[in-house]
Write a protein of this length. Sequence first.
Length: 104
Amino acid sequence: QLHKGKVERQKLLMHVCKSANLPLIGASVKHSYQVGRLRRLLAAHIDLIEPDKEVRFCKKCGSPMIIRTASQGEFKGRRFFTCSRQPNCTYTENYNVVFDTEDE
């Protein structure tokens, strides 16, 4: 009975994520995890988090933002934030680096 409930919950979760066009990355259930292994698992699917960096979220849909570099046009070579749900969400922001001068 309990196993059937877990299977139904997993099917529902997969359906909801697919309907919302959100990626769902699975991992085996364990008592504890090795951070390095989880990073490798996630790195194969996403390109959005740099260590010790602020994570930005899309102001239009709330999804995580990723950093891209313009490959053509007037802004070629410039970095910018774009929604990770692109092309379904086209929100972008300028990439502005802020230097902390308190440590100097």
